[in-house]
Write a protein that binds this ligand. Sequence first.
Ligand code: AMP
Length: 609
Amino acid sequence: MRMKGWITWPMGLKGLNHGVKLFLKTIMLPTFDPRDTEAGLRILEDITSNAGHIQEQVLEEILTKNASTDYLKGFLDGHSDKGLFKNKVPVVDYEDIKIYIDRIALDGEPSRILTNESITELLKSSGTSGGKQKWIPKTAEEGERRAYFSCLLATVQNRYLQGLNDGKVLLFVLINPDIHTPGGLVLRTTSESEIKNRKDRYPQFILCEDTDQSLYSQLLCGLVQRDAIASVGTYFASGLLRVIKFFEEHWQEMSSNIRTGQMSDWITDPNCKRAVSLILNKQMPELADSIDIVCHEKSWEGIIKKIWPRTKYVLAIITGSMAQYIPALEFYTGGLPVVSPVYGSSEAFFGINMKPLCSPYDVSYTFIPNMAYYEFLPIDNHQDPNCTNRKDAHLKDHIVDLANVKIGQHYELLVTTFTGLYRYRMGDILLVTGFHNSTPQFKFIQRTNVVLSIHTDKTTEQDLQKAVAIAMQILEPLGFFLLDYSSYADTSSIPGHYVLFWELQLRSNDDIPELDQVKMEKCCSLVEQSLDQKYKMLRNQSISTIGPLEIRVVKQGTFNVLMDFYVSQGTSLNQYKTPKNIKSEKAIEILDSRVVGKFYSREVPNQDS
Ligand code: AMP
């Protein structure tokens, strides 16, 4: 399992004691001592009070630096004029620029096709509508910018999270082996890039590429030092639930290791062995007893607080598609505040949650204006964001810059970076909720075009539709057709899984006979097999992040009842479309109460097809 993520976690003052040396010679990043919270806060106040001006400077710097790249020359003819940029440079998505990135990544052509900074790595981004990975250029200078962002983040955390530095941060991170592109660049996720470029800041076992051994070692060390842990975290909330599941399966073995002072034989990775043996260096029967008492309890409600009693905070992104995990996290954390610290991506880091202790439902991110140049495409609040015409030649005419967004308005984010992305559609829909000084704050609403997501998978309505149509080929010869269907991501169990509600009908209009279990299970497998690579990869992991897909067949007439429900909630009958991803609990109840058969996929989808 690889947990998605992309940022240096707030290590608090302790983690920053070495100081972060900033090599960037730019007026854009005013230097400060990262240990000096007050100085950091003053910088934040300063830059958020001058967002409009700083953004213009950022654009100017990007254009001056990159005007001679192949890409920009094609539109600006070597000029670096901001007005010309706004007039001539088109809004693009990944597919539009893939050809440039492939030339660098696959053919080994120089970075200056896109940027005059030197591309040192490619970041694998999951933020895609089709589920195909995107490869995002990263440069050494960009690494410095992100380190700077992390210092600002630590400043906010140090200011608002009292006691964060009174102990250790137990941050669960997993990494995969590096891949090299044919053009000779390393391909990594943002978190892998961060960890591998700053190895000295992390415990050695984090470098272990075997998921089970790594997680086992991280948990074991966390248990031995249970009284020193002041906060627990993962990058995204779904990751923490997977950790809890893993702990559920392994706690007895870990407790026995602690009792005897011996680690299990299957821990063979040298990094893990070395790190664990340093901590697990004697028999600790009392500690093992205390862990047994907690874990033997029938309910695991509040388990995090019970296992790490000094924990004050849980750190994990809990907004956007992660919001579905809030109830589960509240259950396991035993009421600890869950801090959703940042909004960012492989493409750039964007915003910091300036009120880290607010309710997970109220989180907004204040954009940091000196990281990249941001623009926004307004989305009609009543319009389905999936319907934004992605190739409209007039898109440019609607663009608004950071300083001019309006409270209450939804936007799709466009980003222009130093690293070679220009007016690039992030595919994220944001809502302006307010301003911090003159800088807007955004609530993350959703990805464009995504209906289902358990972890870092992103299944669109079109993907789902296609997969369902393929699976139905099993039932069609038997005279069935699919009257309607819907879906939701069921995260009530771990790992979460996709649930599809199907209302079948016989062409003969006869009553539906008892369904053939084997055929229905085959339908489940076929849907999975027809989903994208990312989904299949997550299903295939040794600790799978997504469970087997389920089809719940509902009795006839169910989708009419569902429609009646939505109409009663104010939806116009004329405009009613069956929601393909049900969010409303009441709607799920309506469907669930009419289920006549439940079927699960029995095969793990083949990743190679
Ligand atoms: P990746 O490039 O794989 O790190 O994925 C980046 C994507 O993750 C973003 O474009 C968002 O869709 C999502 N994301 C990142 N941060 C947040 C957040 N704080 N809340 C909700 N979604 C987020």
